[in-house]
Design a protein around this ligand. Structure first.
Ligand code: DQA
Length: 154
């Protein structure tokens, strides 16, 4: 069984109480359960991790690159939180590790403040899912599975 890494960046541990009008009422535990359920339905397992620290996220992306190359992992669903808008280092990590990454945002970042419209992650991502609330995580997991199965699976 292959793994999908679900990475959540800074402040996403506060889901449920953090600006619920923007991010919804589900907690990070709810999101991680949703991911495990969706992955399970598709014959995959979800490895869910969260960190507020850029370096730890970088290390996990490097690890994912090795696991993908070894054939043990399909890819990464990554919500980089505010690092989306600041981190050249995460961009370089994804490129350097050759990791298949779906960038995900719960909110529609393009309908919010100007500073959220630019992403350092997008040019290094395989695809982007934005603004679907937490069901975006299920959509991203499905996308990774379909990408791995090839165009006929669409
Ligand atoms: C976010 C959007 C980012 O702009 C913000 O800094 C976050 C969450 C989202 O999921 O909508 O922390 O990535």
């Amino acid at each position: 069984m292959k793994t999908i890494l679900v990475l959540n960046g800074p402040n996403l541990n506060l889901l449920g109480t953090r600006e619920p009008a923007v991010y919804g009422a589900e907690t990070l535990a709810d999101v991680e359960r949703l991911c495990r359920d969706e992955a399970g339905k598709l014959g995959m397992s979800a490895d869910c991790r969260q960190s507020n620290h850029e370096g730890r996220l970088i290390d996990w992306i490097h690890e994912a690159g090795r696991e993908i190359a070894a054939g043990n992992m399909l890819g990464v669903v990554f919500n980089p939180g505010a690092f989306t808008h600041t981190s050249v280092a995460l961009h370089d990590a994804i490129k350097g590790a050759n990791a298949t990454v779906i960038e995900l945002h719960i909110s529609n970042v393009h309908a919010r403040e100007e500073f959220r419209r630019h992403s350092y992650i997008s040019p290094a991502a395989r695809g982007i899912i934005v603004g679907f609330g937490v069901i975006g995580y299920a959509i991203a997991i499905g996308a990774l599975v379909r990408l791995a199965a090839g165009p006929r699976a669409a």
